[in-house]
Design a protein around this ligand. Structure first.
Ligand SMILES: CC[C@H](C(=O)O)C(=O)SCCNC(=O)CCNC(=O)[C@H](O)C(C)(C)COP(=O)(O)OP(=O)(O)OC[C@H]1O[C@@H](n2cnc3c(N)ncnc32)[C@H](O)[C@@H]1OP(=O)(O)O
Length: 305
């Protein structure tokens, strides 16, 4: 009874702490009206470039699959797909049972970046800035979801598609797949947050090589530099999606509050200065200490041989 009350207190406190963490990070976003970012205005602009869709399938297991779906354009992002993606991320933020997420492309290829037809129509620098802020916000929120995320790369991940892979916690690559930051060939640099995230994943030297050379990164090189976690080998052992689900299930096995707590402490360690990360870790610890999974483990005198 007393433990329960203490736990409730900690839980309330920690929810506050997580909310404060997100608030410090502008509710998971990078830009707000302070930066001249008007969400409705940019949504309306993007909706003028329709085509394709972003599908979300939430499964009872706590794993969700997000599919970038525009096969006739190699899953390039139309304007309406950018808006769709933001809506799907909102749905995932509110999914209390969520533990894991796989981001994939439809029909055997990942994503060929922005839809060049939309890009041509939005080539005015101001529009470009707005799209850039919109996608940075969405992809930052994607990376900060309280669940473990994996980009399943089949075929090609080009330009904005390569950037999208870096907004997941892990990248799994199918044999023959390629991640390529083609921005230099387009007279650009990444604008969806892909450069900042890439540096954190592979280090600044490797990032400089990948962006400066617009290098085609195959699975072997990706493994070597730490861009990919694994190459999904194994003909006859299910589809690449099934193999990715198996890979992810090792890390999402267990109750949702515990898996979400794991992601939160790693996220705060990744993003916050040490003192703040330690305080957030203490608060998140408070959400699981004395919780059902903890009490059950204590009661069963579990051993870890
Ligand atoms: C650079 C950053 C920027 C951002 O951050 O916003 C971007 O992401 S710009 C986009 C960067 N991506 C590209 O430039 C991709 C250009 N396309 C290709 O290199 C090829 O199409 C490729 C390699 C993806 C596929 O080649 P493949 O021979 O297998 O197929 P097709 O070329 O025949 O492509 C089929 C069909 O898809 C259309 N397509 C492909 N990518 C895009 C795209 N990004 N936007 C619009 N349309 C795209 C392609 O034009 C073909 O259509 P079709 O009507 O049959 O000609």
């Amino acid at each position: 009874m007393v433990l329960c009350a203490v736990r409730q207190h900690l839980l309330r406190g920690s929810r506050g702490a997580w909310a404060r963490f997100l608030q410090r990070q502008s509710r998971g976003c990078v830009y707000s009206s302070v930066h001249g970012f008007q969400l409705e205005e940019i949504r309306e602009k993007l909706q003028a470039f329709p085509g394709g869709s972003i599908e979300l399938l939430k499964q009872e297991s706590g794993l969700a699959v997000l599919t970038i779906n525009y096969p006739s354009r190699m899953n390039a992002f139309s304007g309406s797909m950018m808006v769709d993606l933001e809506e799907r991320v909102s749905q995932l933020e509110g999914w209390t049972d969520g533990k894991g997420l796989i981001v994939q492309g439809a029909s055997g290829t990942f994503c060929s970046g922005s839809d060049l037809n939309a890009v041509r129509a939005l080539s005015d620098p101001q529009d470009g800035m707005k799209m850039c802020m919109f996608m940075q916000n969405t992809l930052t929120r994607l990376l900060r979801l309280p669940m473990i995320s994996v980009a399943l790369v089949e075929g090609r991940a080009l330009g904005g598609g390569a950037e999208l892979t870096t907004a997941c916690d892990f990248r799994l690559m199918a044999p023959g797949s390629v991640i390529q930051f083609v921005h230099k060939h387009m007279g650009l640099v990444p604008g969806w947050g892909g450069a900042a995230r890439l540096v954190r994943i592979v280090g600044s030297q490797n990032a400089l090589k990948l962006l400066g050379g617009a290098v085609k990164v195959d699975p072997e090189v990706a493994l070597q530099i730490g861009l990919a976690e694994e190459v999904l080998q194994g003909e006859g052992t299910g589809t690449p999606l099934q193999r990715a689900e198996n890979w992810l299930s090792v890390y999402t096995k267990g109750p949702a509050p515990v898996i979400q707590a794991v992601k939160k402490v790693v996220l705060s360690g990744r993003e916050l200065p040490l003192s703040e990360a330690l305080r957030t870790e203490k608060d998140v610890f408070g959400t699981v200490w004395g919780g059902p999974a903890n009490m059950q483990a204590l009661a069963s005198k579990s051993k870890h041989r």
